[in-house]
Design a protein around this ligand. Structure first.
Ligand code: AMP
Ligand code: MN
Ligand code: MN
Ligand code: MN
Length: 279
């Protein structure tokens, strides 16, 4: 626990690729003892109003958040915006552009699946029928539902993972641009799950240098499922780059491995981001 606070600053709802509605997510978090919860859907703030209402009913503090897809030297990087103003007009306009990129990318990935003799048009229609921003998770689900692969994991391994035959890397905006959007919406920017990028230790340090120079102030030091060694490495990076620390499960579904709010203890050497917000 973090000074007695049960806090989870990275979760998803069905407004992106989570399986629970925002209200269901908040109910589950409350039942798990979470006191402070950020909803951080991929490139959308559509779930925040419902989550805020549900949080009010359950006495849980909701942190308005978003997980924005960005790029740094051809690598996709996820930047969390926390304590953002969800109705900030420039942020909302930027997220509409992100959604357009996602829809165009989905059409392209389905075209590639057609070339691989899969029913791309049908798969596209299935994904388009799902409300919210389309993600690779939705396409993986459609591939499973159509009987083309046995599991979501197989869909990523065979078709949708980075470098696989139907993978399309969109031209996401640069990390520095995305940090600017978040700061302009009154939020703080955090690099999500830093251990998950295919970067050398040196490149990781350069990423953090560029991120901090652009106004990024936070590193997600504890992310669902990362090892004690990852946490140590990230804590050292946060201290060395003068970044505050965040903790988040990256919860998507009750059936996945990362439960809400549990085992998310920030090492004491790192200043918690929630200190800025009176927590
Ligand atoms: P996208 O943002 O559309 O590129 O989709 C990325 C999402 O797909 C991530 O946020 C994860 O939730 C999910 N994802 C990525 N890789 C895998 C994988 N190997 N197995 C299952 N889900 C994955
Ligand atoms: Mn996801
Ligand atoms: Mn992510
Ligand atoms: Mn996430």
């Amino acid at each position: 626990m973090n000074d007695g606070l049960n806090i989870d600053l990275h979760t998803h709802s069905s407004c992106s690729d989570g399986s629970l509605s925002p209200a269901e997510l908040v109910a589950r978090a409350a039942a798990a003892g979470v006191q402070v919860l950020a909803l951080t859907d991929h490139d959308t703030v559509a779930g925040l109003e419902e989550a805020q209402r549900a949080a009010g009913e359950r006495g849980l503090q909701l942190v308005p958040g978003v997980e924005i897809s960005a790029s740094w030297r051809a690598q996709a990087i996820h930047v969390l915006g926390l304590w953002i103003d969800p109705v900030s007009p420039p942020l909302c306009a930027s997220l509409r552009a992100q959604a357009d990129l996602r829809r165009a990318r989905m059409r392209e990935m389905c075209a590639r699946l057609t070339k691989l003799r899969l029913p791309g048009a049908e798969l596209l229609a299935t994904v388009q029928a799902v409300p919210g921003v389309p993600t690779r998770t939705h396409l993986a689900d459609a591939l499973v539902a159509g009987g083309h692969v046995d599991t979501v994991d197989a869909a990523f391994r065979k078709y949708l993972g980075k470098g696989k035959r139907a993978h399309v890397a969109p031209a996401w905006p640069a990390v520095a641009v995305v940090v600017g959007w978040i700061c302009a919406a009154g939020g703080v920017a955090a690099i999500a799950h830093p251990h998950r990028y295919a970067l050398s230790a040196g490149a990781r340090r350069r990423l953090l240098g560029d991120f901090a120079a652009a106004g990024g102030t936070v590193l997600e030091v504890v992310s669902g499922g990362n090892s004690a060694q990852h946490i140590d490495t990230c804590a050292t990076l946060a201290v060395n780059f003068g970044l505050q620390g965040s903790v988040g499960s990256d919860f998507h579904s009750p059936h996945a491995w990362n439960p809400l709010g549990r085992s998310l203890k920030l090492p004491e050497c790192v200043t918690p981001v929630w200190r800025n917000f009176g927590l």
